[in-house]
Design a protein around this ligand. Structure first.
Ligand code: AR6
Length: 167
């Protein structure tokens, strides 16, 4: 499994699935969630309404509609609340569940945003370490169709952290 980092807008990524940092309603919101829903078009929320939401740490797949990516895997990161409410464990679970679902669907390429590090306030450096460790371990331990995982950073701080920690 190859891991790469880039900076930009995840809605432009031509991969098998982009990941959405959603909330438990799966009905849209701000940040990357808002950008994905705007770019995918209204059919996305129509499909999301049939899913009955999603728990923190879990993930669900939909079509990508008007996005270049044919699928979106929506995951719900934890809200940072000091770190003693299982936030690290729940964030790791998001990355694992996405890769499990991608593997079930035989997908080869997945692009992740920096889950929970915006509106949900997870410290960026800790989140970066968890993301890279969890994805690397998954690649080593599980049989998976996923050959390429891209971390798409939006802000400069995350981009710098991912470049440092991946090196
Ligand atoms: N492409 C890639 N990354 C982006 C984009 C984009 N177009 N836009 C923002 N980011 P956030 P969260 C980055 O707040 O913290 C929503 O309202 C951003 O710089 O989108 O998991 C949901 O509905 C940050 O690094 O998600 C939830 O209610 C990262 O994406 C809540 O926000 C995540 O920031 C989820 O909060």
């Amino acid at each position: 499994m190859k891991l790469t980092v880039s900076q930009g807008d995840i809605t432009k990524c031509k991969v098998d699935a982009i990941v959405n940092a959603a909330n438990s309603s799966l009905l849209g919101g701000g940040g990357v969630d808002g950008a994905i829903h705007r770019a995918a078009g209204p059919e996305l929320v129509t499909e999301c309404r049939t899913l009955n939401g999603c728990q923190t740490g879990d993930a669900k797949l939909t079509g990508g509609y008007r996005l270049p990516a044919p699928y979106v895997i929506h995951t719900v990161g934890p809200v940072w609340n000091g770190g003693k409410n299982r936030e690290p464990e729940l964030l790791a679970s998001c990355y694992r569940r996405v890769l499990e679902i991608a593997s079930e669907r035989a997908l080869k390429s997945v692009a992740f945003p920096n889950i929970s590090t915006g509106i949900y306030g997870f410290p960026k450096e800790k989140a970066c370490t968890i993301a890279l460790e969890t994805v690397r371990n998954f690649g080593k331990q599980q049989q998976t169709s996923v050959e390429h995982v891209q971390f798409v950073c939006f802000d400069d701080e995350n981009y710098r952290l991912y470049q440092q920690q991946l090196a």
